[in-house]
Write a protein that binds this ligand. Sequence first.
Ligand code: AMP
Ligand code: ZN
Ligand code: FE
Ligand code: FE
Length: 275
Amino acid sequence: MIDLHLHTVASDGRSSPAELVDLAAAGGVSVMAVTDHDTVTSCRDVIESARGRGIDAITGIEITAVEAGRDIHMLGYFLDIDDAGLAEFLAAQRQTRVARVERIAQRLGELGMPVDFTLFLAAAATRGQSIGRPQVADAMIAGGYVTSRRDAFDRWLGAGRPAFIERAGPSPESVIEIVHAARGLISLAHPGRTCLPDSRVSQLVAAGLDALEVYHSDHDADTVSRYAALADRLGTLRSGGSDFHGDPGYPLTVGSVSLPPEHWDRLRTAAQHRH
Ligand code: AMP
Ligand code: ZN
Ligand code: FE
Ligand code: FE
C-alpha cells in the first residue's frame, strides 16, 4: 500500500509520528507521506520511525489556499522542509489559523457555547503545530455542545453555519510557486471534494500544478475514473492516499487508499528530475 495523505497531532490528526508509522506497518504500507495542514513538523520523526520499520517515507504537506471564499487544499511532496521561504510562508499560515480560531471561539461564546481557550493556545504555542476547526470541534465535544467533529462542522463550523468565520489565504498559484521553490511537487488534494471546474484545474496545470489526487477516501469509483481521465487529458501525474486523521467517528485506516505502484514510480521519477 502506498498512502500519501496522512495527518498527525502536528495538525488535526490524533496519532503521534511513531504511532502513525505503527499503524502504517499494521496496514501493510510500503510507502507513506505525512501531510499535516500547513506544517512539516512531523516529517522528520515519521521518516526516522519509518526507516526503522522498513517503510519508505517522503516529506509532505497539505496547504490551504483560498479562492473566492473557498478552501483549496494542495499537497506538496518531496519538498525540502528546511527551505527558508517555505518556513516563513508556513509560519504566516499558522498565525492566520490562530487568529481565525480566536474569532471562532469568540463567536461560540456569543452563541452561548463558551469553549476553553487554553486548549488552543497550548497547541498553538507548541513549535510548528497548526490548529484549526477540528480542534475547536474537540473543545466543543469536551464542553458537551456537540457529539463529534462531524456534528460540530454540520451544525456550527462548516461554511455558512453560525460559527463559520471567513478566512483569507494565498492563491493556488502562489502555493504552487512556494512548493516549487522548495523543490517539491504539488498535487491538487481531493478534487472530488473541492469541485473546482475542470477549466480552472487546467489553468493551475498551466501554472505548474504537477498532479491530481485521484485516489482519496472521499472518491467513489466514478470520481476516481473522472479524475484519472482529467489527469491524463491534462498530462499531469497522480497522487493518492487515505487522508487518515484517526478520528473515532470515521472508520478509516492507514493504507486503506493506495496510489497504484506505476503512478508512484512516475511521481518519484518526476521528483528525481526536479531535484
Ligand atoms: P480548517 O483547517 O480549520 O479549515 O479545518 C478543515 C479541516 O477540518 C479539514 O482539513 C478536515 O480535516 C476537517 N473537516 C472538514 N470537514 C469535516 C467534517 N465534516 N467532520 C470532521 N472533520 C472535518
Ligand atoms: Zn485535516
Ligand atoms: Fe484536505
Ligand atoms: Fe488532509
